[in-house]
Ligand binder design. Structure first.
Ligand code: GLC
Ligand code: GLC
Length: 820
C-alpha cells in the first residue's frame, strides 16, 4: 500500500492565530479552495485564484463562468495579469504560470489572500465578500521592492456567465447572440437578458480611472490562446472592445507607476444588483446603475475595505467563541475551534450544491443533508437554523414523505428527483430537536408550516414531526422493519430500482417494483434514536397519549431489530426485494455494513444481550483500516441488479467499500455509548484532516476540511480523498467530537456534561456559550477513565446528576467535572 506516496509532503501550514491555512506551493495536488460569503452572495476561490461567483443559487444566478473538469484543471477565475516589461505574471501563479520568486496563499474565514512576488514587485490580491453585501471585493496591493521605477500594466479579468449555469454550458446557438454589456467610467456592467425577463445585472468596477478595457473574450485572448497568454496582455494594449453576443468578459486596463519602495492599492468590486420593474432603466436601454454605484462607493478606499474585513473577522471571532476547546493537542484544537466549525457554516450555506466536485447545477438543498448539516451549525446562529428548518419542512408532503431536494432560490421542491427516500422524514426530527435543545425555543413547534409550499395546507411544525414519525410507522415491511423506498441514507442502496438502462439515474428513476418488501435496518436504528427524541418531546409538551403511542412503535421497532435485524455477530443492513438478507455473514459480498451498525449501536439496541459490543467489535475487525472505516466488506465486485448503484462503483470507492467519512462518526458515537473512549478517539483521528497534513500528497484534498470519501482498502490508492467540503462529514464529526467525545451536549434543561475520552487524557477544557451564559468547563480525569462523571461542580457547588442548569445571566460560570 502507499508505495508511490511514502515521502512526507506538505504544501503549506496552519496559522492558527490568524485562523488561516497558508499554502506556500501553488502546485497543490488538487485545487485547494475556500468560500467567500456566508449569506446571499458567494464565491469559490482556489489557491491559484480559480473559481466563480453566484448570488444565492449556483444554478440560476451564476455571475461568472467556470469550466468544470477542464484541461488543465481549475480553469477560469478572478485573474490579474501584470506586465512588467516583457514579463507577464499573476500573483496566484496561474493562469500565467510564470515562475514566481515568492508565492503564498492564505485561506481564512471567508476571505483569501494570494501573494506573488516577481522581479522586485509584490502583488497581494485579497478577496472577500463583506457582510450584508451582494458583492465580492478585491484589493490588489502592488509594491515595488526594487530600486528602480516600475511601470506596470495591470489587466483584471472575469468572464461573465449568462446567468443560468446549465443553459450557459449548452445552449450556444442562443447564447452566442444574447450577450450585452455597458461600460461607464471604470465600471463594466453585464446586462444580458436584462431588457426582458431579468431584473438583475452584474458589474465589475475598479476605484481608479482606467486607461482601457475589454469586454469581448476572443478579442482579449485571441482565438488560439488560453487563459495563460491573452493576446491583449502580450501586446500590452487593450482594444476597448464592447461585446455584442459571443462571450462577454470584463477586463480593466490600468497603468501603475511605482517608485522604489512605493505601494499602491486598486480596489475592484464584482457585484450583483436587483431592480424593481419600474426602476430598471435610467433611459432607453441604459440600465439604472444607482445601486451598483452605492455599493461601489462603500468600498472605494483602502480604509473602507480594511474596516469591512475587520468586521468580517469580528463576526467570525464571535461565531467561533460559542464552542472552543483547549486540549493541549494543536491538531485537535484547530479542527474543533476553527476549521471544522467553518466547514459546518459552509455546508449549511451550500448543502451539496457548489464545490469543486459539485457543479452547482446538479443538486440544490437536500432534505436529509440540510437537516444533518444543522447539527454542526445550530450553535453558531440558531436564528438561521430556525429559518432553515421551516424552509425544509415546507417541502414535506402531508403524508410525511418529502421532496428529496429543493432549490435555494425558489425554496420549492425539486420535481426532477421527487421523493420516496424513506429515511428523509426522520431527519426533520433531528434538525428540529437540535434547534430546540440549543435555543430553548419551543415556539418553533407552533409555527404554521405548509406542505409542498401550499399555504392552504399549513399546519404546525409539531404536526410535521408527527407525520414524519408516522411515515416510518406507515411504511413497514414484512418483518416490521422500515421499507427503504428508493434508498435510505445510502443513496446507492436502490433495492427497488432494478435498473438495466445505463441512461437512467439510480436516484431519479421510478422504482420498477412496488417497494413493499425491501427493508432497511439503518432506518430502523434511526427511527429508534429520533423516535425516542420525539417521545421525549411529546412528554415535555404534556402530550402524554401521543408519547405513549409513539413509545409503543419505538419498542416494537427495537423488538423487530432484535428478532430480524441481528445476524449473530453484527446488525444486518437490509432485506432486499426478494426478502433476502443484505449485510449478513451468509452473503458472499457485502457481509457487513457500517450504517446499520452505527445506528443500532447509537440506539443501544440489544445492549443487554451484548449486541452492541459484538457489532462494534465486528466493525473494528472487518471494516476498520489505517485511513478510516470502510462502508462495507467485502466490496462488491460485480453488478447486483437487485442492489442498485452501490454495486456499480469499483471496489473501494464511494458507497462500495469506500471510507465514506460521513458515517464514521456514527461508529464513534456508538463507541461512546458503550464507553469506549479510546476507540472513538482512534476513529476520530484517522479521518480528521489536520492529522493527515503530512500525507497531503496522497490525501490530495485540502488538509483543513473533511472530504466525503477516502479511497478504501480495496481501492487502487487507499487513503486518497475525493469530494472535499460539501459533505455531512463536517457536521457529524463536529457533533461527535463536541457532544460525545468532549460530551458537552445541549438538552432541554441545560448543558449535559457526559464526556467519553481516551483513558490517557488527564484533562480537557471547553468554553461553551449557551443560552445567554458562558460556561468554562474543565474535565479532570485523575483515574484514567473514559466515561462517567463522578462529580460535577458549578461555581464551586456540587450538582446532582450531570446537567448544568441554564443561567441566562450573561455571566461566566466555572464548571468542574471529575471522571471516575
Ligand atoms: C451523498 C448525499 C447524501 C447521501 C450520501 C450517501 O453525500 O448527499 O444525501 O446520504 O451521499 O449516499
Ligand atoms: C451518487 C453518489 C452519492 C450521491 C448521489 C446523489 O449516487 O454515489 O454519494 O449521494 O449520487 O445524487
Amino acid at each position: 500500500m502507499n508505495n508511490f506516496f511514502n515521502k512526507n509532503m506538505k504544501f503549506g501550514h496552519f496559522d492558527d492565530s490568524n485562523r488561516e491555512y497558508v499554502i506556500t506551493n501553488p502546485k497543490t495536488p488538487w485545487p485547494w479552495i475556500n468560500y467567500l460569503g456566508n449569506e446571499d452572495f458567494f464565491s469559490l476561490i482556489s489557491n491559484t485564484a480559480g473559481g466563480y461567483t453566484f448570488y444565492k443559487d449556483a444554478k440560476f444566478r451564476r455571475l461568472t463562468r467556470y469550466r468544470y473538469n477542464n484541461v488543465p484543471m481549475d480553469a477560469g477565475g478572478k485573474y490579474f495579469y501584470i506586465k512588467d516589461e516583457d514579463t507577464i505574471w499573476s500573483p496566484g501563479w496561474k493562469p500565467c504560470k510564470t515562475e514566481l520568486d515568492e508565492y503564498e496563499c492564505r485561506h481564512g474565514m471567508n476571505y483569501t489572500s494570494i501573494k506573488g512576488v516577481k522581479n522586485g514587485v509584490s502583488a497581494n490580491a485579497l478577496y472577500f465578500v463583506p457582510l450584508k453585501t451582494w458583492a465580492e471585493v478585491q484589493k490588489l496591493t502592488l509594491t515595488n521592492h526594487s530600486d528602480a521605477v516600475k511601470k506596470l500594466k495591470v489587466f483584471s479579468f472575469v468572464e461573465w456567465a449568462l446567468w443560468n449555469a446549465a443553459a450557459d454550458m449548452e445552449n450556444f446557438q442562443r447564447n452566442f447572440s444574447t450577450g450585452e454589456v455597458e461600460i461607464q467610467d471604470s465600471v463594466i456592467y453585464h446586462k444580458t437578458e436584462y431588457k426582458e425577463r431579468r431584473d438583475h445585472y452584474s458589474y465589475y468596477s475598479v476605484n481608479v480611472p482606467i486607461q482601457g478595457f475589454d469586454t469581448d473574450r476572443e478579442s482579449f485572448f485571441g482565438l488560439f490562446n488560453g487563459f495563460d497568454e491573452p493576446q491583449v496582455v502580450a501586446e500590452g494594449t487593450p482594444r476597448n472592445t464592447e461585446a455584442h453576443g459571443w462571450s462577454p468578459i470584463a477586463s480593466h486596463y490600468i497603468e501603475v507607476e511605482l517608485n522604489p519602495g512605493e505601494s499602491k492599492d486598486l480596489i475592484f468590486v464584482l457585484g450583483y444588483v436587483e431592480n424593481a420593474a419600474e426602476e430598471k432603466w435610467e433611459s432607453k436601454n441604459i440600465i439604472n446603475k444607482t445601486k451598483a454605484k452605492e455599493t461601489i462607493a462603500r468600498f472605494d478606499t483602502v480604509e473602507k475595505v480594511d474596516a469591512a474585513l475587520a468586521d468580517l473577522r469580528k463576526y467570525w471571532d464571535n461565531l467561533l467563541s460559542v464552542y472552543s476547546v483547549n486540549s493541549g493537542d494543536e491538531k485537535l484544537d484547530r479542527m474543533v475551534n476553527i476549521w471544522n466549525q467553518y466547514q459546518c457554516m459552509i455546508t449549511f450555506c451550500f448543502s451539496r450544491s457548489a464545490s469543486f466536485f459539485e457543479s452547482g447545477i446538479g443538486r440544490g438543498m437536500g432534505f436529509r443533508d440540510s437537516n444533518q448539516d444543522l447539527i454542526g451549525f445550530v450553535h453558531q446562529i440558531p436564528e438561521r437554523a430556525r429559518e432553515r428548518i421551516i424552509d425544509i419542512a415546507s417541502t414535506q408532503f402531508p403524508d410525511g414523505g418529502c421532496y428529496h431536494q429543493y432549490q435555494p432560490l425558489t425554496k420549492r421542491g425539486n420535481n426532477d428527483i421527487g421523493g420516496g427516500f424513506n429515511d428523509d422524514p426522520m431527519w426533520l426530527i433531528l434538525g428540529t430537536v437540535s434547534y430546540i435543545k440549543e435555543s430553548g425555543d419551543f415556539s418553533i413547534l407552533d409555527e404554521m408550516v405548509p406542505f409542498d409550499n401550499d399555504p392552504a395546507t399549513a399546519t404546525t411544525l409539531f404536526h410535521h414531526l408527527t407525520v414524519s414519525f408516522n411515515h416510518v410507522v406507515e411504511h413497514l415491511g414484512p418483518h416490521g422493519l422500515p421499507l427503504i423506498g428508493r434508498a435510505d441514507w445510502n443513496d446507492c442502496l436502490n433495492l427497488n430500482c432494478f435498473s438495466n438502462d445505463p441512461n437512467e439515474s439510480f436516484q431519479t428513476t421510478e422504482n420498477k417494483t412496488e417497494g413493499t418488501k425491501a427493508e432497511s435496518i439503518m432506518i430502523a436504528g434511526l427511527f429508534v434514536v429520533y423516535g425516542r427524541d420525539y417521545v421525549a418531546l411529546c412528554k415535555r409538551l404534556g402530550k402524554a397519549d401521543e408519547a405513549e403511542r409513539a413509545q409503543k412503535h419505538v419498542d416494537a421497532m427495537i423488538d423487530a431489530v432484535k428478532k430480524y435485524g441481528w445476524d449473530g455477530e453484527w446488525f444486518l443492513r437490509a432485506y432486499d426485494y426478494f426478502g433476502n438478507k443484505i449485510g449478513s455473514n451468509e452473503n458472499e459480498e457485502g457481509k457487513i455494513f457500517i450504517e446499520s451498525n452505527g445506528w443500532c449501536t447509537m440506539a443501544g439496541i440489544g445492549q443487554e444481550e451484548g449486541y452492541c459490543d459484538m457489532a462494534l467489535d465486528a466493525v473494528k475487525e472487518r471494516l476498520d483500516t489505517p485511513y478510516g472505516i470502510v462502508l462495507n466488506n467485502p466490496a462488491f465486485t460485480k453488478y447486483y441488479i437487485e442492489y442498485g448503484e452501490i454495486s456499480t462503483y469499483p471496489p473501494g470507492y464511494k458507497e462500495n467499500a469506500g471510507i465514506f467519512c460521513h458515517n464514521n462518526p456514527w461508529i464513534m458515537i456508538g463507541e461512546t455509548v458503550r464507553g469506549n473512549g479510546n476507540r472513538a478517539w482512534e476513529y476520530y483521528q484517522k479521518i480528521c484532516p489536520s492529522y493527515l497534513e503530512e500525507i497531503s500528497e496522497l490525501h490530495k484534498t485540502e488538509p483543513y476540511v473533511y472530504a466525503q470519501m477516502v479511497a478504501g482498502k480495496d481501492a487502487f490508492k487507499p487513503g486518497e480523498a475525493k469530494n472535499s467540503w460539501l459533505t455531512g462529514t463536517a457536521s457529524w464529526n463536529f457533533y461527535a467530537i463536541s457532544q460525545y467525545i468532549f460530551g458537552i451536549r445541549p438538552n432541554y434543561d441545560g448543558l449535559m456534561v457526559d464526556p467519553c475520552i481516551p483513558t490517557d487524557w488527564k484533562e480537557a477544557n471547553i468554553t461553551r456559550k449557551f443560552r445567554g451564559a458562558t460556561y468554562r468547563i474543565s474535565i479532570k480525569n485523575p483515574d484514567s477513565k473514559s466515561k462517567g462523571v463522578k462529580q460535577l461542580m458549578v461555581d464551586g457547588k456540587t450538582i446532582n446528576g450531570n446537567i448544568i442548569p441554564v443561567f441566562a445571566d450573561g455571566q461566566v460560570h466555572e464548571v468542574q467535572a471529575v471522571l471516575g
